[in-house]
Write a protein that binds this ligand. Sequence first.
Ligand SMILES: [Zn+2]
Length: 282
Amino acid sequence: MKNTAGLILLFSLMACTHTADFASNVIEKMPEETVETEISEKEAPDPAEEAGGLILSFDDFSFSWLEMIPLLEKYGVHATFYISVAKLEDDNLSVLKELQYSGHEIGWHTSTHPNMRKIPVSMRSEAIDREIRDPLLELKKSLHRDIVAFAYPYGLSDKDWESRLLDVFTSTRGFCRTPRYYSPDELNERQHFVAASLDNLYYRPDSGEEWMPFPLFCDRVLNEIEQSGRYVVLASHGMNDNAWGITRNNVEILLAKAQKEGISVLSLEEAFFRESHIAEEK
Ligand SMILES: [Zn+2]
């Protein structure tokens, strides 16, 4: 009887994924030791080999973020999603809840996406309430979770904003075209990070000197991480063919290459957590 149940389980796992309910019914009825022999244990990664990584982030808001959940899950990785919405609607909120439920980090990116540098210093106390403190409070209540990561609209910041924002967040993120790398120590000490763009705009043959074939860009970044054990922050907006998005194909290229090279892909929160843990153990 045991063997028959084992065969049914094996067959259902091999033959189809759409009968997952059926398979789980069988698993529930199976004696435990049989289940354990059918499912091979994943080898635990060696912590010594886990140095540096790729911190993935997405800005603004896009319903394509929902489609990214299964894709990121396929590679077992998480990202940070910095949201900018004028008003929190139920449909935005449900996307954020799905992301959060799947283990992704939610960060804030202002209400109206202003060029913050252009806001006069005399108006910044009011601006920080309107763009940041008030909507953030509402979002935290809705998500039942603290939000500690901030990304500047257009990546534009200055020293005055930086000191104001670090009263509210534990980190801020800017934006540029070329990757910058951060050592584990820098990740522990720094509060401002600059992300390199993953947007399609920069990977099109018609965008002049900025253009580099995407797979080559990935190889260079991953190679640098592997050689130096540092972190890089990358950012896009959504998963689409627009200038300000990354195609599904490119997301797959990046994640598959990282997986093949054994390079971690993380949310900012995960990277901080990992490095603070390693620092404590030293
Ligand atoms: Zn933005």
